[in-house]
Ligand binder design. Structure first.
Ligand code: TXA
Ligand code: MG
Length: 336
């Protein structure tokens, strides 16, 4: 057991202390615009191993490497990939931001970071605390989301403490995450662009810049292309059931049933056709997809804390950020 301290991310002394911990090989949790990450020096295999241990994360699941500047891509990706004009275009338009680009890696990135793959996921995050931390540490920071493996990702410092308290020394506080779902992950390889994970950058935005994305889809190929994308993920303790937009379900006798409504209309419909609900969360009263994404994990954490047996989650349209939301809801609903 280590003592976990929450330090203010807007304080220079706290950043220096966290950066020193990173350089000393200790994991540090920090905010990004998507979710909180659990970071370690990406060039130090032992430090990265501590991240896997703190999360109970299996070693087949690769980590994303966080940089402060797109110019650093050349240091960690092979020249042929780093010089791909699509990288420059995406970097100029979408970095800093919720996009991870998977390219063939240079040997400087230890195998544990990429789970033995010959590719590495690179991203420049858009959160002042993350940017200050990486700059102060002076090394690229490998960071998965700061949750226990398979659980709901953290969008507030308190979510990190609830899951990793006693396992890590420092959590930098940076307020609630603005985007709320993880980065979109794409892989670029000889003339192809492959969507590995829908996320905080809508696929439409990426396609407008570099043309159509191939979809990795589900199944064994995806499992080997994007390890760690197992069906069951983002799971609260209660069982999650996905229903149609504006759908509901009746509580079984003695059951504590929760509702994750897409909007106010959905809430009313679910209350008219099902319930009673012991706890209700509305992702966005007006049905705004940015607000829905930003509140998704926070709502799941709150429902999880309500001691429910089952959570009814309403589907949302699968366009824009809705694709990432539905991806997370399907995985939350899948039982391994
Ligand atoms: O927004 C985010 O991306 C957050 C914040 C902290 O930056 N990070 C995050 O990391 O979501 P994580 O570890 O929870 O998810 C990383 C996923 C892996 O599970 C895998 O699916 C994909 O990104 N990935 C990473 N490197 C890869 C690679 N070399 N090849 C294929 N997929 C990769
Ligand atoms: Mg994760």
């Amino acid at each position: 057991m280590v003592q976990t301290r929450v330090l203010p991310g807007d304080d220079g002394a706290a950043i220096r202390e966290a950066a020193a911990a990173i350089r000393a090989g200790q994991p540090v949790a920090f905010p990004t615009e998507t979710v909180y990450g659990l970071g370690a020096n990406a060039l130090d295999a032992e430090a990265v191993a501590r991240v896997f241990a703190a999360k109970d994360r299996p070693s087949f699941d690769p980590l994303i490497v966080h940089l402060t500047d797109a110019r650093e891509v050349r240091r960690y990706a092979v020249a042929a990939d780093a010089d791909d004009p699509r990288v420059a275009l995406l970097a100029a338009r979408l970095w800093p931001g919720p996009l991870t680009v998977v390219l063939r890696k240079r040997p400087t990135i230890p195998g544990i970071v990429t789970a033995g793959l010959d590719t590495v996921g690179l991203r420049v995050p858009d959160h002042p605390v993350a940017r200050r931390l990486i700059a102060a540490a002076g090394v690229p920071i490998a960071a998965p989301s700061a949750n226990r493996f398979g659980r709901v990702s953290p969008t507030r410092a308190e979510h990190v403490v609830a899951q990793l308290g006693g396992r890590i020394g420092i959590v930098l506080e940076g307020g609630p995450c603005r985007v709320g779902v993880e980065s979109t992950v794409i892989q670029l390889a000889e003339g192809v662009a492959l969507l590995l994970r829908p996320g905080g950058t809508p696929t439409e935005t990426i396609e407008a810049l570099i043309g159509p994305l191939e979809h990795a889809g589900e199944g064994p190929t995806t499992a080997s292309l994007a390890p760690g994308r197992g069906a069951s993920h983002y799971a609260p303790r209660a069982r999650v059931e996905l229903v149609a937009a504006a759908g509901g379900l009746a509580a079984l006798p003695g059951e504590r049933l929760g509702l994750l409504a897409a909007d106010t209309t959905g809430r009313h419909a679910a209350e008219a056709t099902g319930g009673p609900y012991a706890a209700v969360e509305v992702l966005s009263p007006s049905g705004d997809e940015i607000e829905r994404a930003a509140r998704l994990f926070d709502a799941l954490h709150r429902l999880d804390a309500a001691g429910l047996d089952r959570i009814v989650a309403q589907a949302v349209p699968e366009t824009g950020l809705g694709r990432a939301i539905m991806d997370r809801l399907r995985r939350a609903a899948a039982r391994a």
